[in-house]
Design a protein around this ligand. Structure first.
Ligand code: SME
Length: 137
C-alpha cells in the first residue's frame, strides 16, 4: 500500500477494492472507537448511505463486536434481534474486529444482499486485511 497517501485514503481504497472484486460484498466500511467514548464512529465506506454514523457499544452487530472482541458472522440478519438495519436489501453481515497493541480499536463491516454468503475464506481474507489495517492506523 502506497505510503504517500493518508490512512483515510488507504481505507477508502480497501473498501473500494473489496466491493469491486467480491460480488456479494455490497456494503464495505470501517467503524472505529470514537475517542475515549464507548461508541463507534463510521469511517471510510463504499455502498449505500447509512443512518448509523455513531453506534453505542453493545448496539447492533457492530456494537456487539466492539464488546466481544470476536468476529461475528450473521448468515441471516432477520434472525437477529440485536441488529441495526442499514438497507432493506441487506440479508447477511460479517463484522471483524481490528486490534492495535492488543486493544479492539475498530472493525470492518461487510453487508451482503445474498443470504448466507460468508465462508471461512472470507474470515481468513478479512482477518488478514484487519491485521494490515492495524499497521496503517
Ligand atoms: N448492521 C450494522 C449497522 C451498520 S450498517 O450495516 C452499515 C449493525 O447491526 O451493527
Amino acid at each position: 500500500i502506497d505510503s504517500a497517501i493518508s490512512s483515510e485514503e488507504k481505507l477508502q481504497k480497501i473498501c473500494q477494492l473489496l466491493s469491486d472484486e467480491i460480488s456479494y460484498y455490497n456494503w464495505v466500511g470501517f467503524y472505529f472507537k470514537n475517542g475515549d467514548k464507548n461508541e463507534l464512529k463510521l469511517g471510510p465506506y463504499v455502498g449505500a448511505e447509512t443512518d448509523h454514523i455513531i453506534i453505542p457499544y453493545g448496539k447492533g452487530i457492530c456494537g456487539q463486536v466492539a464488546e466481544s472482541n470476536e468476529t461475528f458472522v450473521v448468515p441471516d440478519v432477520y434472525a437477529q434481534d440485536n441488529y441495526l438495519a442499514c438497507s432493506i436489501e441487506t440479508k447477511a453481515e460479517i463484522v471483524v474486529p481490528i486490534f492495535k497493541d492488543g486493544e479492539n480499536v475498530g472493525q470492518i463491516d461487510i453487508d451482503s444482499h445474498t443470504i448466507d454468503p460468508f465462508t471461512k475464506d472470507d474470515i481468513n481474507l478479512l482477518d488478514y486485511i484487519c491485521e494490515r489495517v492495524s499497521e496503517i492506523i
